[in-house]
Design a protein around this ligand. Structure first.
Ligand code: AMP
Ligand code: ZN
Length: 454
């Protein structure tokens, strides 16, 4: 069974053929967070998506070298570090730790390499030097270095920019890290120090300054994955300018194709608008946990939509997802745990087929629910099948151990979860008392309720 992905570069669904001639190793790069604040759950849609790409590759037998950067110097960080009273390191480390903790709660596997931009300034400088030497970049009067978009005949290949429009609009230079397509201009590779940068600067052969955002990802991805690698993921907003600029910088410097497959996830929306920090319509994972939601209910909800469709987030949908997850866990817990049982071949094939078709997780989940309801499977086979699915879906089933808990207790725990997510704490307390009368106690953890015999 062959994997296929929608490639944003060719705008088609293509069979996945890795660059490694033996066909076993895959290089994967995910644009990581800008660590100037807590990531919101819209951001986590992008990281759950990257995780599904990786887990699917592993499921199909590939070994994956996965790199995720931490952008710990850019315009937004410089803006906010000044008022924080902290050093750049202290300021960004705090949010990097918070990000890693949230990834853990969401069962997002850690990358092979987390790469911090500030630890790779030399690699960025040498890439910029190459672009200067080859004539694709130039120094401006203030000592900043810009990429000359007109020198790159391929510029616009990912975002399907019209070259003529690009030329008409290309009126000058842009130093901001983020900008719209209407402002296609020469973009900054290196930003000469100015007062608003405060004490954030590096003294390098390019002068005193700091890197632009786009060069960070080109330098770090190529350092760990080679000048050409297989897959690059990120949210749809990164197509332009970030990924377009990554391609331009990398391909002009090396003369080789940069990335074979570009995969982008669509928006997580709220009331018809993209969830974003600037719109103020966001939830953090922590705010959902404090409201009594299970992080994996969010993961399950994300997987219920295809990554290339927009999803509208509501607390009602999250509640429903939490209930479905509790049912799944309770069912799983009840199944016989016999060593050596194999997953059911027919269901495993159905599941893999859904993933092979451009990562169709909603269909893969439908197979999971079908397995759960299928009474003709013996308990051990069913359990092995669900566990195999969970190695891709990451719903935390493997952490549940076999316990023989009476049906009555499980049903009370499910009802108590429903009451809690509806914030009916009086009912939830009553149900807890009933559970304890049956000799069990419930502990609420980040991964959902855990039941213990008293
Ligand atoms: P940032 O920290 O802003 O660079 O964003 C981190 C990742 O989150 C990027 O891959 C973005 O494309 C992605 N992202 C940001 N907002 C959303 C959203 N509302 N829905 C889905 N992905 C998003
Ligand atoms: Zn990036």
């Amino acid at each position: 069974m062959a994997l296929s992905f929608y490639n944003s570069l060719t705008k088609t669904v293509e069979p996945f053929v890795p660059l490694d001639t033996a066909g076993k190793h895959v290089g994967l790069y995910t644009c990581g967070p800008t660590v100037y604040n807590y990531a919101h759950i819209g951001n986590f849609r992008a990281y759950i998506f990257g995780d599904i790409v990786k887990r699917t590759l592993l499921h199909f037998g590939y070994s994956v070298n996965h790199v995720m950067n931490l952008t710990d110097v850019d315009d937004k960080i410089i803006r906010d570090v000044q008022t924080s009273g902290k050093s750049l390191e202290e300021f960004t480390q705090f949010y990097a730790n918070a990000f890693k903790k949230d990834c853990g709660l969401l069962q997002i596997l850690p990358p092979t390499h987390y790469t911090r931009a500030v630890e790779h300034i030399d690699d960025m400088v040498s890439l910029i030097e190459t672009l200067l030497e080859k004539g694709f970049a130039y120094k401006s009067d203030d000592g900043s270095v810009y990429f000359d978009v007109r020198k790159d005949p391929q510029y616009g290949q990912l975002s399907a920019l019209q070259i003529s429009a690009q030329k008409t609009n290309a009126a000058g230079r842009i130093s901001a890290d983020e900008y719209e397509k209407d402002n296609v201009e020469d973009f900054a590779l290196w930003k000469a120090w100015d007062e608003k940068d405060g004490d954030v600067f590096w003294n390098t052969s390019l002068g005193k300054g700091r890197p632009g955002w786009h060069i960070e990802c080109s330098a770090m991805s190529m350092k760990y994955l080679g000048e050409s690698f297989d897959i690059h993921t990120g949210g749809i907003d990164l197509v332009f300018p970030h990924h377009e600029n990554e391609i331009a910088q990398s391909e002009c410097a090396t003369g080789k194709p940069f990335v074979k497959y570009w995969l982008h996830n669509e928006w997580l929306m709220v009331d018809g608008k993209k969830m974003s920090k600037s719109a103020g319509n966001f939830h953090t994972l922590n705010s959902l946990v404090e409201a009594g939601f299970d992080p994996l209910a969010f993961r399950l909800w994300v997987l219920s939509g295809h990554y290339r469709t927009q999803m509208n987030f509501t607390l009602e949908a999250l509640t429903a997802s939490g209930i479905a997850l509790t049912r799944l866990r309770n069912h799983y817990r009840e199944l016989a745990d016999v060593d050596g049982a194999l997953p059911d071949a027919k269901y495993l094939d159905m599941f893999s087929l859904c993933l092979s078709d451009d990562l169709n997780t909603p269909k893969a989940l439908a197979v999971l629910w079908e397995v759960m309801k299928d009474d003709s499977l013996d308990g051990a086979t069913k359990k092995a099948t669900l566990r195999a699915f969970d190695s891709v879906l990451g719903l935390g089933l493997s952490t549940i151990h076999a316990e023989s808990i009476p049906e009555e207790v499980l049903s009370l725990v499910t009802r108590r979860e429903e009451a809690r997510t509806q914030r009916d704490f009086a009912l939830s307390d009553t149900l807890r008392t009933q559970i304890s009368k049956l000799g069990y106690t419930v502990k609420d953890t980040d991964n959902g309720p855990k039941i213990f015999k008293m």
